[in-house]
Design a protein around this ligand. Structure first.
Ligand SMILES: Cc1ncc(COP(=O)(O)O)c(C=O)c1O
Length: 382
């Protein structure tokens, strides 16, 4: 599903809330969560990656369905704190955790994904009782990760390099309060191929077994991170959920030594499909053979096309199909302000464009402060 709302709903949203605006469908978000939950073995937990979209209603929706949460800043921790969840349903990852953030995590009873010895030592100094953490490892195995968001197996700011783990464990053993009881490896981004995700997850469990055998680490948790992909174009197949779930069942069966739980941290998969961005055409301009549609919003609201080269799926509301080539430009003072090269029906000023799959890494990833355009409303359609 590329678009969470039909033309009539888009028109009504634009009239009621003005444009540009974002709208999120509660039904689509809940559907995405329950369809994933439905294929997973019981021993797999879903921790929604708040960074994908921290909208409070979306968090409440997933919390009500039993989600745990993966946070990456004190701001995200505060948003999850507002949900008043029982302890043990929140994780905290990130390569540059400040002391105040670790303090907050300890206060909330959050499980920290330690990304280096500094995290362990700082936590140890702050903690007053035994504190269990997961160790985030940057694996040495080569990864077919899809988009290069995580960075492959080269140098990385994330986690502890696999080859440095033994030295870190030796130092960690001398700490008073902090105990490593879990592993975290996140090695994929926007991957729609269940077999490729399965291969990465298999390599992570093999790494866990090596660490278990070499260092006696009895993991309570192995966190496989996020990276479950969604289609951004009509010719892109969705992730085969049944195969994805089966692969995880097979994986647990292949690793009987592991008695703990697997954690998944999907962000894009859970939040992407529920969201839509609406913006009107301000003017059409022909320049030296290129036809621009200049819109009310651009990379201040949707920066993903600039980062990945892939436009969001887009349609002209109420105009049906068409094949006129347009370069979609935003209103900012930079030629980087492009939402992609697309084919649409003939456009005119005032036409309403709907961008689908905009619920993840949409407004919260945009350059909202640049040029001080008003921040668009985000409408929760329950
Ligand atoms: C630690 C961690 N977990 C989960 C995610 C969510 O990834 P995705 O939205 O691709 O599922 C990210 C994304 O950057 C991440 O860094």
């Amino acid at each position: 599903m590329l678009f969470a709302f039909d033309d009539a709903q888009c028109r009504s949203l634009a009239e009621t809330h003005g444009t540009p605006c974002f709208a999120y469908s509660a039904a689509a978000a809940a559907g995405q969560f329950t369809s994933l939950r439905g294929v997973l073995p019981e021993r797999v937990r879903i921790a929604y990656a708040v960074k994908a979209n921290p909208h409070p209603e979306l968090l409440r929706c997933f919390a009500g369905l039993g989600a745990s949460f993966d946070c990456a800043s004190i701001g995200e921790l505060e948003r999850v704190e507002a949900l008043r969840l029982p302890a043990g349903r929140t994780f905290f990852a990130g390569p540059g955790k400040r002391e105040a953030e670790l303090q907050k995590a300890l206060y909330m009873g959050v499980r920290v994904q330690a990304e280096g010895f500094e995290d362990l030592a700082r936590l140890d100094a702050l903690a007053t009782r035994e504190t269990t953490v997961n160790l985030r490892v940057h694996p040495a195995f080569d990864i077919d990760e899809g988009n290069r968001i995580i960075g492959g197996s080269g140098p990385s700011a994330f986690g502890v390099d696999e080859e440095d783990v033994p030295a870190l464990l030796e130092k960690a053993a001398k700490l008073d309060h902090v105990r490593i009881k879990g592993l975290h490896v996140f090695a994929a981004s926007n991957q729609r191929d269940a077999a490729k995700l399965g291969a990465i997850h298999g390599a992570v469990l093999d790494l866990a077994r090596r660490l278990n055998e070499a260092h006696g680490l009895a993991f309570e948790q192995i966190d496989l991170g996020g990276g479950l992909g969604v289609p951004y174009a009509p010719d892109e197949a969705p992730l085969d959920l049944a195969a994805f779930g089966q692969n995880l069942s097979d994986l647990l069966a292949r690793h009987p030594w592991f008695k703990g739980e697997l954690i998944l941290e999907p962000g894009r998969f859970l939040a992407g499909p529920c969201g839509l961005y609406l913006a009107r055409v301000v003017r059409i301009k022909e320049s030296r053979g290129t036809r621009f549609a200049i819109l009310e919003g651009g990379i201040n609201h949707l920066i993903r096309p600039l980062l990945t080269g892939q436009p969001f799926p887009v349609r002209a509301v109420g105009k049906g199909g068409g094949a006129v080539p347009y370069t979609l430009a935003g209103p900012l003072c930079t030629s980087l302000d492009r939402l992609g090269e697309v084919r649409l029906p003939e456009l005119a000023a005032g036409d309403l464009l709907a961008f689908g799959t905009a619920g993840a890494y949409g407004l919260n990833e945009g350059m909202t402060h640049f040029l001080s355009h008003p921040v668009p409303p985000e409408v929760w359609v329950g």
